[in-house]
Design a protein around this ligand. Structure first.
Ligand code: SF4
Length: 224
């Protein structure tokens, strides 16, 4: 796991717990989170513990992001199952196309089938930097598709046009600034300049690139 965020309103419908995972074999040009490409690093966490942490947060559900959730689909399907068994919803972002996942299931990928079975709302497709989506919330590029896999949060897809994108910023008592959500390059640069830094801090497992999109990371005031 690259990051656990107990509560956010910027990563899907309602108030959600968000988990970014390490490891992504897709490697889209212009990815916002290349520091999460490697499967090494991050925090090892057992599925049962992640379920407990998510349910303890008391939010509407869990959003899985990355990195690539389907690159560790078996473990995350157990997390998703535990969250859904408690009546919460699961939203999963993936850089794979929905058709590719369906094909993987047809060829015997039970781990992929299991995570799809425990996902209520799938957001599928690679990020394409030349097709930035400035209309729909949560997605980075216009090719990415919302795929409803249950009716648990079906209403959120009907309300997409009325849902704003959000950039969420949290400052703790030590001056540490955590960022997640979506913003244009100009907005992110303005934010960084306002913090007195033009580059994000290079934390061992939490850093973000200054690109449009779904950022996830931690900045430090005055970092080089
Ligand atoms: S945008 Fe998502 S799928 Fe694409 S390389 Fe980055 S983490 Fe992987």
């Amino acid at each position: 796991m690259a990051r656990f965020l107990a509560s956010t309103r910027a990563e899907g419908p309602g108030e959600r717990t968000a988990v970014w995972v390490n490891g992504c074999a897709i490697r889209c040009a212009g990815c916002f989170n290349p520091h999460m490409w490697s499967a090494r690093g991050g925090e090892p966490v057992a599925p049962e513990e992640l379920v407990a942490r998510t349910l303890g947060a008391g939010t509407d559900g869990l959003t899985l992001l990355g990195g690539e959730p389907f690159d560790q689909a078996a473990a995350l399907s157990r997390v998703a199952a535990g969250v859904r068994a408690a009546g919460r919803s699961v939203m999963t972002f993936t850089g794979y196309r929905a058709d590719d996942l369906r094909q993987a299931v047809r060829t015997g990928r039970d781990d992929v089938a299991a995570l799809l079975a425990e996902t209520d709302l799938l957001v599928a497709g690679p990020f394409l930097a030349d097709r930035i989506d400035r209309v729909r919330p949560w997605v980075g590029s216009t090719n990415q598709e919302f795929v409803l896999l249950s009716d648990r949060i079906a209403g959120s897809v009907d309300e997409l046009s009325a849902t704003p994108d959000r950039l969420e910023i949290t400052v703790d008592g030590s001056g540490r600034v955590a960022v997640n959500g979506w913003a244009t390059p100009d907005t992110l640069e303005d934010l960084l300049n306002g913090l007195g830094t033009s580059r994000p801090a290079a934390e061992p497992h939490q850093r973000r690139s200054i690109l449009a999109g779904r950022a996830a990371g931690v900045l430090r005031r005055g970092s080089p």
